[in-house]
Design a protein around this ligand. Structure first.
Ligand code: ADP
Ligand code: MG
Length: 224
């Protein structure tokens, strides 16, 4: 039955997640073990500081993975309230402006309307927009442009986050939102999965348009 299928889907997803977590955590653990052994063997103080720094980085990595998982595991009890989207977007943009400038990225927010009221959990929505902007910045190692804009379409609002980055090839586009799908050396591949879930629980949806070497647009559509 459809119900059963749903349940099996969920079980499969849980298995996939558990395998992913184990994999993600095993790598830093192996590296911490190795460097701890070096420290035990090494009688000199020569490499001590370097090894300790590596171990500390790995501890932070494990911590991040666990934190993200706790967020996912939390019951998605959203605190939905009528909020004006415009200052929410402006707030996220101003939070990321400094980082953008450092990376030679011009960040533009372009909201034509002064007020767009949506029922949302402000902090969760900020988290999603922040994730998309961060991904955009990470897709532009040599700088570029990110534009955040809103457009009202009937009884919906579309928030678009456009970058001029490396783009996403079609075969990877299909995999976006899959747990642990990442193409980055230090990525964890959880940001999109979490973001898509948050938008789903707002009765909205996300669609992505991308062209390799041109850039990417993440569109969030929410009911108003
Ligand atoms: P992470 O950022 O840790 O890799 P995400 O879930 O945020 O994890 O993103 C998953 C993958 O989707 C990224 O590794 C990247 O390959 C791709 N991606 C997401 N956003 C963009 C973007 N704006 N431009 C190019 N690729 C992107
Ligand atoms: Mg990311």
């Amino acid at each position: 039955s459809e119900e059963m299928l749903h349940r099996q889907d969920k079980l499969a997803a849980v298995g996939q997640l558990a395998a992913g977590v184990a994999h993600e955590i095993r790598n830093p653990l192996t590296s911490m073990k190795g460097y701890t052994e070096f420290l035990q063997l090494d009688e000199t103080d020569e490499n001590k500081q370097e090894y300790l720094e590596i171990i500390m980085d790995e501890i932070n990595r494990v911590n991040e993975i666990v934190e993200e998982f706790l967020q996912l595991a939390k019951p998605q009890a959203l605190n939905l309230e009528m909020k004006n989207l415009v200052p929410i977007i402006q707030n996220v943009v101003s939070l990321t402006e400094f980082e953008a400038r450092k990376k030679n990225i011009t960040l533009i927010s372009d909201c034509n309307d002064e007020e767009i009221f949506v029922r949302c959990d402000e902090n969760r929505l900020k988290q999603v927009i922040l994730n998309f902007i961060k991904n955009g910045m990470e897709a532009m190692p040599d700088g570029g442009f990110i534009k955040v804009m809103t457009e009202i379409k009937g009884d919906k609002v579309q928030i678009s986050i456009t970058d001029t980055g490396i783009g996403i090839p079609p075969e990877q586009l299909k995999r976006l939102g899959e747990p642990f799908f990442t193409t980055k050396k230090s990525g964890n591949g959880l940001g999109l999965m979490i973001s898509f879930k948050i938008i789903e629980s707002h009765f909205g949806n996300v669609f992505v348009e991308s062209e390799v070497n041109k850039g990417t647009v993440f569109n969030i559509v929410l009911p108003i």
